[in-house]
Design a protein around this ligand. Structure first.
Ligand SMILES: [Zn+2]
Length: 445
C-alpha cells in the first residue's frame, strides 16, 4: 500500500514524491510524465493510468481528471490522489476497476497550477486566483487595503469598525452575527466591515481594497469564446497564452481518445456542466439528454446536484463566463466534461436546496444561525470567530472576527477532507466505462 494519507493538502515536493511512488509501486498500471512546465518552471504532472499489458493508452477510450487550476482550491489535488490510489489498490479485486484499466485509460493531472498552489500552501500563505504571473500589469499596486493576517494568528478574518454611517448592526437574536441596518434607521451602534489587512498609504479617509498584482484566471484562458481583458478580466492576452493551459490544450487536442472529463474545483458541492455562456435551448438536444442522464447518475453516486452553469451557477445574472474548460471540452473536443465543485459548508450545516452563488447575495437569517451552530458544533467554533479587540496600526481600535472562510469554505477542513473526496471514485469509474469502445475484427477471406 502506498504510504499516503488523504486528510491533508500536499505541497509540490510531497505531491511529486507521492506520484513517483505510485509509478514505482505499480509500474504496469501507472506512468507519470510531465504535461509541460508552469510559469515558474515546475513540471505539471500527469499520471497515465491503464494496464500497459493490454495495449498503449492512445488506443483506448480515455477520461481526463484534473484539479487545482485555481490557486487556493487545493483539496481537488488530494481528490485526484485519492482516486489514483483507489484505482491501483482495487485493481484485480474490483470488477469495474479491473475492466476500466484493462480496456480504458485515465489521464489524471492532480495539480494544473502548481505555482499558485505553492503560494496558497506556504507557511505565510498568499491567496491569488490562479497563476503567479503578474497580469495585466507588471507594476506593484499602490494604496488601499492589503488583505493579510495582520495579527499573525494564522487566520484572515473580517475587521469590524464602529461607524455612525456603517451599514451593519448587531443581530438581536445572536450578538456574534451582524445584520443589515435599515437605511432609515439611526441613533444606534453601526459598523463598517473590511477584510482583515493593513492599509497601504492611508490618507485617513478612504479604504479601498488594493487590487492584486496577479489577476489571471486560468479557467478563462481556454480557446472557446475567449474574450479580452475589457470584456472578461483575467482571461490572459490571448487564448492558451498561459503555459499551464497551453499544455493541457495541446495534450487533449492530441488525444482524441478522450471521451469525457472532470475538472475538480471548490466549493459549492455541485456538478456543473456546459454551457457556461448559452441557454440549454442552444444544445443539440441528444447531447443535452446525454448530459442530463450523466448528471442524474452523478447525483446518485456523489450526492451533488448536477446543473448548467448558465442556468444555475452565475456570478451575476447579466454576465456570463467564457473561455472555461468544460465548455471548451464539450464544444470543441466533443467530450462530456464537468466541473465538480467540491464541498458545501451550507449543506454541512443542514441547509438543503440553497441556490449556490445566489445564496451569497441573499439568504434568510435562519441560514446564518444554522451556519453558526455548525461552526460551534462541528468545527469547534473555528469557522465563525467571535469578535475580539485589535489595535490596528492605521485604523486604531477595531475588532477582528467573523467567518474564517479559508478554513471553513474554500476547502473542507482537513478532518472532513477524506470523507468528502470519497464521493467521487464511483462516478469517475462509471463515467469512463460508458465510453464507446471501438474494436475492429479482420474477417477471414
Ligand atoms: Zn475554481
Amino acid at each position: 500500500m502506498p504510504d499516503i494519507e488523504f486528510d491533508r493538502f500536499y505541497r509540490y515536493d510531497d505531491l511529486t514524491r507521492h506520484l513517483r511512488a505510485f509509478a514505482d509501486e505499480y509500474p504496469g498500471l501507472v506512468r507519470v510524465e510531465s504535461l509541460g512546465q508552469s510559469h515558474e518552471g515546475r513540471e505539471i504532472w500527469l499520471a497515465v493510468v491503464t494496464n500497459a499489458a493490454t495495449g498503449p493508452d492512445v488506443e483506448k477510450p480515455a477520461f481526463w481528471v484534473d484539479g487545482n487550476i485555481h490557486a487556493t482550491e487545493v483539496s481537488p489535488s488530494t481528490a485526484c490522489l485519492y482516486f489514483l490510489n483507489y484505482l491501483v489498490t482495487r485493481y484485480r479485486d474490483d470488477n469495474a476497476v479491473t475492466r476500466a484499466l484493462d480496456t480504458r485509460v485515465y489521464y489524471i493531472v492532480p495539480r494544473v497550477n502548481p505555482d499558485g498552489a505553492e503560494w496558497a500552501l506556504a507557511d505565510r500563505p498568499r491567496y491569488i486566483r490562479s497563476s503567479t504571473r503578474p497580469y495585466p500589469y507588471d507594476e506593484e499596486p499602490i494604496g488601499g487595503l492589503v488583505v493579510e493576517d495582520i495579527d499573525g494568528d494564522g487566520r484572515m478574518l473580517t475587521m469590524r469598525i464602529p461607524d455612525a454611517n456603517g451599514p451593519w448592526k448587531v443581530c438581536p437574536q445572536e450578538p456574534r452575527l451582524l445584520v443589515r441596518r435599515d437605511p432609515t434607521e439611526f441613533g444606534g451602534t453601526y459598523y463598517r466591515l473590511l477584510p482583515e489587512g493593513k492599509v497601504d498609504q492611508y490618507d485617513g479617509v478612504t479604504v479601498a481594497i488594493q487590487p492584486k498584482k496577479e489577476r489571471l484566471d486560468l479557467n478563462r484562458n481556454f480557446p472557446e469564446h475567449w474574450r479580452q481583458e475589457h470584456e472578461q478580466r483575467g482571461a490572459g492576452p490571448y487564448p492558451t497564452s498561459e503555459p499551464e493551459v497551453r499544455a493541457m490544450v495541446a495534450f487533449i487536442a492530441a488525444h482524441p481518445n478522450i471521451t469525457g472529463a472532470v475538472a475538480f474545483h471548490t466549493y459549492s458541492g455541485v456538478m456543473l456542466r456546459p454551457y457556461d455562456d448559452r441557454d440549454d435551448k442552444e444544445f443539440p438536444i441528444e447531447d443535452l439528454w446525454t448530459y442530463q442522464a450523466i448528471g442524474r447518475k452523478g447525483t446518485e453516486l456523489t450526492g451533488y446536484p448536477a446543473v448548467s452553469v448558465f442556468h444555475d451557477f452565475r456570478y451575476h445574472p447579466k454576465e456570463i463566463i467564457t473561455g472555461g474548460f468544460d465548455t471548451w471540452m464539450y464544444e470543441q473536443m466533443g467530450a462530456f466534461a464537468w466541473t465538480i465543485e467540491v464541498w458545501s459548508p451550507q449543506r454541512q450545516a443542514g441547509i438543503e436546496d440553497y441556490k449556490f452563488i445566489d445564496w451569497y447575495r441573499e439568504h434568510p437569517l435562519a441560514d446564518d444561525l444554522k451556519m453558526l451552530a455548525w461552526s460551534d458544533e462541528a468545527l469547534d467554533g473555528k469557522g465563525y470567530v467571535d469578535w475580539y479587540p485589535y489595535e490596528h496600526p492605521q485604523l486604531g481600535k477595531v475588532e477582528l472576527g467573523g467567518w474564517d472562510s479559508v478554513f471553513a469554505f474554500r476547502n473542507p477542513p482537513a478532518a472532513f477532507l477524506e470523507k468528502e473526496i470519497a464521493r467521487f471514485p464511483e462516478f469517475l469509474l462509471w463515467a469512463l466505462l460508458i465510453s464507446p469502445r471501438l474494436e475492429l475484427y479482420e474477417s477471414g477471406r
